[in-house]
Design a protein around this ligand. Structure first.
Ligand SMILES: Cc1cc2nc3c(=O)[nH]c(=O)nc-3n(C[C@H](O)[C@H](O)[C@H](O)COP(=O)(O)OP(=O)(O)OC[C@H]3O[C@@H](n4cnc5c(N)ncnc54)[C@H](O)[C@@H]3O)c2cc1C
Length: 367
């Protein structure tokens, strides 16, 4: 139960107190709130008016299998574990999702070598159910696709990310947590028994503090006295694809060594819509979501390489998301940097897939 102390600030304002505070109401913060709320009083603080409006509402919504990450990395471990945990959670809570499977398609000999390397890495990381498959297998799944071979990932799927975040939040409130929106955290100081936060909704004290502030996690860590993180925003744009072909699976190119993202791919949404994206572009701003229609030629070329003939009239600008890339580090950081403070920084893809597993890591670090 969160406590109210009306005299504590000495300014006539009431001060809230909780055992733990989670900063950030995205899919990761909400999963953490759900994991921690069983055995402590908890407040989740979110800048925006609604939960899930940050990176959580601007991504591909793919439940990844864990193909791409270095063996033993936090990304690899939490992606595979998160994939296993996410399907039963979504099914039990009525969160929109579909286990549609994904094809990583090799077009030529150079792609084939990279595909085999990807398969080896995926097996070492424990990616579930993956299989190298022939052109005929690909044709049976997606009759219009040209491929020399592919990696079939039957446990990849799609999920409504915002609904997922809200299902975690609903679980946390059912366990007694309080979710406070329009409550940006402005300052953080060390207090005798933990932490004292100044927020847009007043002062709040807690013993344990979790920073799950997405793109702003470096700034929030710095407020608490940890200045070693720097997030570089990396934008990814999407174009909507209008097509008569009814794709039923996610279709990815083989990732070229050294590329920033996974390569422009075909993602599907739960209503059957298709998009191409995201590309990768480092940008200055964490909040500039303006349209980039000028990228049409590049998307057309990438789309044709992946799917065959596409006309310019079939692609229209859709939206973008911004990845919180952590400078000098390619893995997720989940770190107990000070007593009672856990920072989650650089939670880019596969953070949505990994959310339940990341929440378990945080609980282990705090208990
Ligand atoms: C283009 C793109 C595609 C992606 N595709 C996939 C995918 O297909 N599959 C996958 O698994 N992952 C994907 N990801 C990654 C995934 O979307 C993220 O890892 C995940 O959404 C991160 O969630 P979060 O809760 O950490 O961040 P957010 O959703 O951004 O939540 C952080 C919250 O903190 C709040 N906040 C910030 N500062 C403060 C403050 N001072 N006080 C209070 N609140 C604050 C923000 O308002 C925000 O709501 C993709 C990401 C991008 C950008």
């Amino acid at each position: 139960m969160v406590k109210r102390d009306p005299m504590a600030t000495g300014k006539g304002q009431e001060r809230l107190e909780a055992d733990a505070i989670v900063i950030g109401g995205g899919v990761v913060g909400c999963a953490i709130a759900s994991a921690l709320a069983s055995d402590r009083s908890l407040l989740l603080l979110e800048t925006e008016k609604r939960l899930g409006e940050g990176i959580t509402s601007r991504n591909s919504g793919v439940i990844h299998s864990g193909l791409y990450y270095a063996k033993g990395s936090l990304k690899a471990l939490t992606c595979v574990e998160g994939n296993r945990l996410l399907y039963p959670w979504a099914a039990a809570r009525g969160v929109g999702h579909a286990r549609i499977g994904k094809l990583v398609v090799a077009r030529d000999a150079e792609d084939l070598a990279a595909l085999e390397a990807l398969e080896r890495n995926a097996r070492e990381c424990g990616a579930p159910g993956i299989e190298l498959v022939t052109r005929d297998f690909v044709r049976a799944k997606e009759p219009t696709l040209e491929a020399a071979a592919a990696l079939w990932c039957p446990e990849s799927g799609i999920v409504d990310a915002v609904e997922l975040a809200r299902s975690f939040a609903a679980d946390a409130t059912a366990k007694g947590a309080a979710l406070v929106t329009s409550a940006r955290v402005l300052a953080i100081e060390r207090a005798a028994a933990g932490w004292l936060l100044q927020t847009e909704r007043g002062e709040i004290a807690c013993a344990q503090l979790v920073n799950a502030a997405g793109l702003h996690a470096d700034e929030v860590a710095a407020l608490a006295g940890v200045s070693k993180y720097r997030i570089r925003p990396c934008r990814g744009d999407y174009f909507r694809l209008a097509t008569k072909v009814r794709y039923r699976h996610l279709v990815y190119p083989v990732r070229r060594p050294g590329s920033l993202g996974l390569g422009i791919h075909l993602t599907l949404d739960l209503s059957g819509g298709a998009r191409l994206g995201p590309d990768s572009e480092f940008v200055e701003s964490k909040s500039d979501f303006s349209s980039r229609e000028g990228k049409l030629p590049a998307f057309l070329e990438a789309g044709r390489r992946l799917l065959g003939d596409i006309g310019p009239g079939q692609l229209s600008y859709d939206s973008c998301g911004i990845r919180p890339k952590l400078e000098g580090q390619s893995d997720f950081v989940v770190s107990r940097d000070l007593p009672g403070l856990v920072n989650l920084v650089g939670i880019e893809s596969p953070g949505l897939t990994a959310s339940l597993a990341l929440a378990r890591r945080v609980r282990d670090l705090l208990d």
